[in-house]
Design a protein around this ligand. Sequence first.
Ligand code: PHB
Length: 404
Amino acid sequence: MSPITHDRPPVRRALAAAAALSLLGFINAAPVLAQQPKLKIGMMLPYTGTFAPLGVAIENGFRLGLQEQGGKLGGREVEIVKVDDESDPAKATENINRLVSRDKVDVVLGTVHSGVAAAMVRVTRESGTLQIIPNAGFAPVAGPLCSPNIFRTSFSNWQSGYAMGVEMARRGKVKSVATIAWRYAAGEEAVKGFKDGFTRGGGQITRELWLPFPTVEFQALLTEIGAARPDATYAFFAGAGAAKFLKDYDQAGLRRTIPLVGPGFLTDGILEATSGAAEGVETTLHYGDGIDTPRNNAFRLAYAKTFKLQPDGYAVAGYDSASLLAIGMKAAGGDINRRKELYAAMEGATIDSPRGQWKMSPAHNPIQDHYLRKVIGNENRVVSVAVKALDDDPTMIAACRMGK
Ligand code: PHB
């Protein structure tokens, strides 16, 4: 099929005229018929290290979304350039500069780790390159660092933690909680969110325990939790590190005595690697298993068929990134430089997502339901909606000057 879109008759008329001229020998039609340049997308994701499974799920989701658009965005073929960011903030500036300045990508899709995302937005805010963040919940991106060219399709770390705080407080039985997390932006924000939701409802944080990212030496801290006997433990870990934490928590004999809860990252995409050690763990996230809607069922079937894997919240954010970009590129008629139309369409879009429909906040962060999920076998089974149509941390909303 021709790469020229069907919704642009003037282009077709021009081509027909050019072809006629060519037949008459006036010009060679080949250069005129040359394809529009491909839309170049830089995928900056972790493919090694503790977050590698997350990077793969995001890429899979994005590719499935793209495939459902016929492989084109705004009528243009797509070229993907990949960079493994290793979730290493020290390499992030060089990696994003390579994509933006050397490869001259039109769009950046990335990343997972908040520290890497912080370095990325420093560059894309300056260059004006469109960036879609399919995971990193780094708060300032939808706060003081919000920008017309930066959109997030996942969550803020605060949101996912806050929903669990509200849920725990609502139960009334849980009065004291110990928190344990990797000490970097994401861990701190996910703990703050939980604290805001939980303490507002009367709960108390009795211990805050931290480890440097991405270390997994949990033993001493688990001993401390066992001795302190809080009503529950709230943990922020993800990927391979989360799998190790779940196994260690279980082996320390804590799973049955001190209930373990967390944002959904704690159990997403890694349950096969925990051999049952996470059974019963409760988490909150924008997605979960068993959302019985035609939209979600179709997505899950297509994902499983294509990748021989079950999707998770990371895959959904990757998939929705393709939907969002498709909406923007269509409105811009395939021209990434028609920024006004591109951004207006992305800002106003209702994303018909497997998670349920959602819209961007004025700060470009999803306003979305957060589900309470419980681990049953290898599933994060949705139990209820913990918080409906949740927006972001009020301090971040206030700090973003866009749309005001
Ligand atoms: C983050 O660094 O913001 C982050 C990383 C992994 C997750 C969630 C958030 O699963």
